[in-house]
Write a protein that binds this ligand. Sequence first.
Ligand code: C2E
Ligand code: SIN
Ligand code: SIN
Ligand code: FE
Ligand code: FE
Length: 379
Amino acid sequence: MYSVVAESLADQLATLHSSMRERFAGVDRIAVALHDDKTGLLKTFVHSTDGPTPLERYETALEGVPSLTSLAAERADRVIDDLSELAGSDHLHTAKVLEAGYRSSFTAPLFEGVQLIGFVFFDSKARAYFSGPRVEDLRTFTRLVSLAVLDSLVPARIVRSAVQVATRLTHFRDPETGAHLDRMSRYARLIIRAVAADNGLSDETVEFLFLFAPLHDIGKVAIPDAILLKRAPLSDAEFEVMKTHARRGGEIVDQVIGDLQLPNFPHAGMLRNLVVFHHEAFDGGGYPEGLSHGQIPIEARIIAVADVFDALMSQRPYKRAWTMEESLEFLVRGARTRFDPTCVNALTSQTDAVEAIRQRFVDDAGSLTESREGYAPDL
Ligand code: C2E
Ligand code: SIN
Ligand code: SIN
Ligand code: FE
Ligand code: FE
């Protein structure tokens, strides 16, 4: 569909790994973990592993790992010659990496300016593989990994910025707050993590869905103020116009990707799918295409649940905020008709995590502008 075909970040990492192994045959694994600066979570993202990966869909609070926290604070890298010295660690990731037979590692934090993006881990099954003169070469490879990772994350931000500019040009008017987008993207992440194994979705896909989720309603920039900002329920005719935001969003995605000629845009198809199909209903009664069940891309089925759940709990000029109980009940009643039941179940079975997200991202009264600025990067 797009003139630019980007391989996944995992493919790029695999290529890097194999060229690295021409000189350093003992590097058995390269893994990248991403950092979420709003929640402090460190999350498995992409890896290239000789054999099965010891870690998948794993996340942990960075502040709970002092050794990594200090690497980030000092912008330093670290060699561990004998991982078995960490055997007493109560970190699951350390235990898993050891159990898989890795014996030494090189770890470096990844930065974009002053912002911590994540960490790269090089692991070897040989003891003390990374010490000595190899360290300088490892730093070079670290820069290459870092470039590939940043390069893959940049398009999502560029699209967000472009949409933000367009919104500001038309003037400030989006009734959705930044907090709504923070929450719904994290609900979407909870859901996709729960359904990933059954749908064969990688950690990379999980994190890109999370990055793209806040863009699901970009088509609303094309909706006239008189409808978008109406302080009362919409008439049927107005709702017909409102419904065009799904297809218009897809056109905007195509246009932005085409215009900006982004050289590397992994998962652009996933972005387009969730923008266009997030109002499809599981039984075929939704819009814009009336797709049903498996015809609806899984990313769109996930966004539908996350978006409606948070929209219900949000106050809008034309409706009060529903309680969490009412909103969960709405999802359960709509499972199978409106929503993919596996996605509903993924959310309703994690109410503690839902509650934590709700408490972490609160709409602060009267700061619509402020919170909105929070979700898109400064230009
Ligand atoms: P949104 O506010 O992001 O809402 C997303 C979806 O959440 C809605 O999709 C709907 O499925 C669900 N939802 C939100 N609030 C309610 C509610 O009070 N009751 C029920 N049963 N469902 C709710 P939908 O209906 O396709 O609407 C798409 C977008 O259209 C909404 O996005 C909102 O921007 C706009 N919209 C919908 N109804 C009204 C309205 O009465 N007045 C205005 N001004 N805008 C509306
Ligand atoms: C991680 O903690 O995400 C990866 C650890 C490793 O592979 O060494
Ligand atoms: C630990 O588990 O204590 C250290 C893990 C790491 O820094 O990679
Ligand atoms: Fe929408
Ligand atoms: Fe929304």
